[in-house]
Design a binder for this molecule. Structure first.
Ligand code: SAM
Length: 287
């Protein structure tokens, strides 16, 4: 679908749902993914041209995919700690993408075959990548945390395969693979990587989308395999960076306090979750 963002007038800086402005580039439907942020991401990326985007806590990597595929940056670096997610991105951006596509094409998506596949331990990137895609499609909201069950009745009672669109997945993977040289995947703790980034001379765009602070609270169901980070330490490190930065966070007193303390601008933005629930998130930029 052609991209018509510039032609649409927006009366207020609020979330509006215009599907053609939010293209889906990813084979993952990622919990906490940032597709809804597309208009703000474009505005931020267009503000000055830098050759490289670094996306910390990359997950479904929406910002990186948009930035490269829409030509805002030449290269995107995805920093993520989860080995299964990294295996997926490494495969998508390598010659093994073809093997991944043929596994997707040949898979019969039934409750039994999904359970059998999810019980397996894979050693190769391509095996782990395939398992990650199937897990992401079989579970409610794409949750990848250990122990989350598969959605037997499917979404809208359409059965376990209600989210399995093999041809769409293959088309997205093939398209992304054409940009393989424009992506780099770093499997590392984002806080460690930030220390390295501070030393880099040439400036990058830095997009930071950490797990929500409330995922650290007792009783809150985890969304990812890695949910807990030291948010206070992260704020301290982000404060030191000289790169052009955009941070997204859940709207909480803790985040507001830390953002003010570390001299970030705070903007509250309305979004709609995958289940059409409206809620607010915070966008933080350098003051
Ligand atoms: C909110 S999600 C990112 C969603 C992403 N922006 C998107 O568009 O799909 C947070 C991600 O941080 C990852 N993560 C958690 N702890 C991490 C750490 N210490 N270093 C790097 N990544 C981490 C999780 O595995 C998860 O994928």
């Amino acid at each position: 679908m052609p991209f018509t963002y510039a032609k649409i007038r927006r009366p207020r800086r609020a979330y509006i749902h215009v599907p053609e402005l939010i293209p889906y580039y990813s084979p993952l439907r990622y919990p906490g993914g940032k597709s809804w942020l597309a208009p703000e991401l474009r505005e931020w990326l267009a503000r000055d041209s830098r050759a490289e985007l670094v996306e910390l806590f990359a997950g479904g990597a929406y910002a990186s995919l948009l930035a490269v595929l829409e030509g805002y940056v030449h290269r995107a670096i995805l920093v993520e700690i989860d080995p299964a997610i990294c295996a997926l991105w490494r495969t998508v951006f390598s010659a093994d993408a073809r093997k991944l596509c043929s596994r997707i094409r040949g898979f019969r998506f039934t409750e039994e075959s999904v359970e059998e596949l999810l019980d397996k331990k894979f050693r190769t990137d391509v095996g782990l990548a395939f398992q990650t895609i199937v897990k992401n499609r079989a579970r409610r909201g794409g949750i990848l945390a250990d122990g989350a069950g598969i959605l037997r009745t499917g979404e809208r009672n359409k059965g376990v395969s209600s989210r399995w669109y093999p041809q769409t997945l293959i088309d997205r993977i093939k398209r992304l693979n054409e940009y393989a040289n424009n992506f780099k995947v770093i499997e590392e703790d984002a806080l460690e990587y930030l220390t390295l980034l501070h030393r880099r001379r040439h400036p990058v765009k830095l997009f930071v989308d950490p797990p929500y602070t409330k995922l650290s609270e007792p009783g809150v169901k985890p969304l990812y395999r890695f949910n807990y980070i030291n948010h206070a330490k992260l704020f301290g490190k982000l404060h030191q960076t000289s790169h052009d930065i955009l941070i997204t966070y859940d709207d909480s007193d803790f985040v507001r306090k830390k953002a003010t303390q570390h001299e970030f601008n705070i903007k509250r933005i309305l979004m709609r979750t995958a289940h059409s629930v409206k809620k607010h998130e915070l966008l933080l930029t350098r003051r």
